[in-house]
Design a protein around this ligand. Structure first.
Ligand code: AMP
Length: 408
């Protein structure tokens, strides 16, 4: 893959699309998880070390969709000014800030940057043109630099102005950053070079969100372990009694088809044998456990049971490649976090014995971070939706230097 390593940035002003879409504290506006900023540091440092200057652009949240109660845009909540301090600390450089991404002031600031300096532009999504992939807007943005670097893996599945459309305005002066290269390198260890046995662990609330990825994994994986809320749709499809557990009634046929397809292709799809059940969706609910075919009325499955953990652990420990996406239970509530913790522990153990383990964004990444296990697995992806689409076998539109971000 074409990356910043293939170029010398001496005297260049690089416009980098980063993913600084980080969680911000509602009251203090402090950055509460700087993983994505940290991830972008090596690309920025490489350009500065070459003798270049850097203009950073990103989105933060969905300001035009998540309006205030009075219907106006919440500029304060969605301002990237809140990440300036943390970015400066991590880079060891005082980062300048432009209060708009395409104002005259912003262009004056980028034009007057000295080599070694860094400027951050205000949230691109304050303009509807960004998400619409507007060409005029992309062209305007392109004037901030004479070299384009795409390092925003988290938005690589979106054909937005700053992630895809803009690349056409940089002839021969565009490339991917290290975040993008790393994400793809690690995803390809699963998608293209998986050592067998290869186990995909799928969890989370809904089967409907994971259909395409499960279908694609049936073709590639030796085992698929299904956990979380989505498992109950499979049990109901097989004629089980699932009480008040989460179910997608309109996906029962599909669940059956997935089970049949897996069987036909020789992929072992394992469902959890039992569950921790509760009489309400509450951490203080009454608890019990039972087999998943026989959950009583008035009770719901909210976590893996003992036998399910045992079975899943056995498979994980004999795997050489492991992909995990989606929690095994309602891990946000302490009484239903055990299954997710035990599966994370089994992945850590398999990794220490030489397996390659990739944790795929979103809630599963949050879970391994919460349990302090992130440095004990092989790779934790920074991109949720982008990684899922990659594993669904789709071509991502994040575009640069003539390369398309593809995973299949
Ligand atoms: P997803 O975004 O599809 O990966 O789903 C993550 C969410 O699924 C988390 O918020 C979990 O609390 C939720 N979840 C996991 N297991 C269950 C379950 N058994 N019942 C209800 N929700 C669940």
């Amino acid at each position: 893959m074409n990356t910043v390593d293939n170029f010398n940035f001496n005297n260049k002003r690089a416009l980098i699309r980063v993913d600084f879409n980080v969680p911000i504290d509602k009251k203090t506006f402090a950055v509460t998880d700087d993983t994505r900023i940290k991830a972008a540091v090596p690309t920025i440092k490489k350009i500065l070390a070459d003798g270049g200057a850097v203009v950073l652009m990103s989105h933060l949240g969905r300001p035009l969709k998540k309006l205030k109660e009075d219907g106006t845009v919440d500029y304060e909540k969605h301002s990237l000014k809140h990440v300036v301090k943390r970015t400066s600390e991590l880079l060891g450089v005082d980062v300048k800030f432009a209060t708009d991404c395409v104002s005259d002031e912003a262009f004056n600031l980028s034009a007057s940057l000295k080599m070694g300096e860094v400027l951050l532009l205000e949230n691109l999504r304050f303009y509807k043109e960004e998400e619409k992939g507007n060409e005029e807007f992309a062209k305007k943005l392109s004037a901030h630099g004479n070299f384009y670097v795409n390092d925003a893996f988290g938005t690589a599945h979106r054909a937005h102005a700053s992630t895809a459309v803009i690349a056409q305005f940089f002839h021969g002066a565009k490339t991917f950053g290290y975040v993008m290269a790393n994400e793809i390198k690690n995803a390809d260890k699963v998608m293209k070079q998986a050592q067998k046995p290869f186990t995909a662990i799928m969890g989370g609330a809904k089967v409907s969100d994971k259909i395409l990825i499960i279908e694609n994994m049936i073709d590639k994986a030796d085992y698929i372990l299904i956990g979380g809320g989505m498992a109950y749709t499979f049990f109901k499809a097989m004629g089980g009694q699932i009480g008040n557990s989460l179910v997608e009634e309109d996906k029962l046929d599909l669940a059956k088809q997935l089970l049949e397809k897996a069987k036909a292709k020789g992929c072992q799809m394992l469902l959890p044998a039992d569950s921790i059940i509760a009489d309400k969706f509450d951490n203080d609910a009454q608890l019990s456990s039972c087999e998943n075919f026989e959950i009583p009325q008035g009770w719901m499955g909210l976590d893996l049971g003992k036998k399910a953990i045992y079975d899943f652990r056995e498979v994980i420990l004999k795997s050489k490649t492991i992909l995990w996406n989606g929690p095994m239970g309602v891990f946000e509530m302490s009484n239903f976090a055990n299954g997710t913790i035990e599966i994370a522990k089994a992945i850590v153990e398999a990794t220490s014995k030489g397996a390659f383990s990739l944790i795929g964004g979103g809630d599963s990444a949050a879970a391994v971070n919460q349990f302090n296990m992130a440095d004990k697995v092989s790779y934790v992806s920074t991109g949720g939706g982008a990684l899922l689409e990659y594993f669904e076998g789709k071509e991502l539109p994040g575009h640069c230097g003539g390369d398309r971000v593809t995973f299949s």
